[in-house]
Design a protein around this ligand. Structure first.
Ligand code: 82X
Length: 232
């Protein structure tokens, strides 16, 4: 059947894409990735600094998701805490994508690979990055997929499950139509995008162990990261 994006849905895409592009990590933070030396310590410190900045950006972006601020305040926090890692995998995947060279691709990969993280997480992490790169997502798809990840109803401690589910379904419907219109030769494209959301949950579980292994090697995180990731 003819897939049509309504006027409201077009306005929704514009609002989300504008917010996604408006909230970016400041250049003086990301620039350090290009300048400082390479050592496991230095790489970990830089990644911690950028991740902290990314969380601040994520909070601002989330506040601009239509309907998010009408959710219960505690649910807003629960959604942010529950989705931060997954949103950051998506963001770092965009930066690492060689299809949209960001100037940080090589240095970021190098710093992640040499940040003192155990080898066992490297393979699934870089397989994920490769699978995202192969999708050649448009900016709208990136922004919507991040929004859908944030609006996942079954995060821990979310009380108004239905309210979040309604918001997420609105976004899923827009993304589904966008995929049909922007990837007409790939009828399975939308399903492939949703498959990445499943992959993100697996990486989220790996990430909890990554944090523990860093902690045991006496790596320090910032107060904001400790708060959002429940690290002591
Ligand atoms: C605390 C730290 C050691 C850590 O622990 N786990 C992870 C992690 C790792 Cl490794 C991989 C995936 C997810 C997480 Cl959460 C991290 C680092 O997480 C981040 C998070 C976001 C970004 C955005 C970047 C970035 C660069 C250039 C440009 C831009 C840009 O948006 O312009 C963004 S780098 C970066 C690093």
């Amino acid at each position: 059947e003819k897939v049509e994006i309504t006027k409201e849905q077009r306005a929704l895409i514009k609002a989300i894409l504008d917010a996604y592009n408006r909230h970016q990590i400041p250049q003086d933070v990301t620039k350090k990735l290009l300048q400082e030396q390479y050592s496991a310590e230095e790489n970990f410190l830089l990644l911690t600094e950028v991740a902290t900045s990314q969380v601040q950006v994520l909070v601002e972006f989330t506040k601009n998701i239509p309907g998010f601020l009408s959710l219960d305040r505690e649910d807003q926090i629960a959604l942010l805490k529950g989705s931060a890692v997954e949103a950051m995998f998506l963001r770092s995947a965009q930066v690492l994508s060689k299809k949209m060279p960001s100037g940080y691709t090589e240095v970021l990969e190098e710093r992640i690979r040499k940040s003192g993280m155990s080898e066992e997480f490297m393979t699934p992490m870089f397989n994920f990055y490769k699978s995202i790169e192969e999708l050649h997502m448009t900016q709208e798809e990136q922004a919507l997929l991040t929004t859908i990840t944030i609006l996942t109803p079954d995060r821990p401690y979310v009380k108004s499950h239905e309210a979040v589910e309604r918001l997420q379904e609105t976004m899923l419907d827009v993304l589904r139509k966008l995929c049909v219109l922007q990837h007409p030769q790939e009828p399975q494209y939308f399903a492939r995008l949703l498959g990445r959301l499943t992959e993100l949950r697996t990486l989220h579980h790996y990430h909890v162990e990554m944090l523990t292994s860093w902690k045991t090697n006496d790596h320090k995180f910032t107060p904001l990261l400790c708060e959002i990731w429940d690290v002591q």
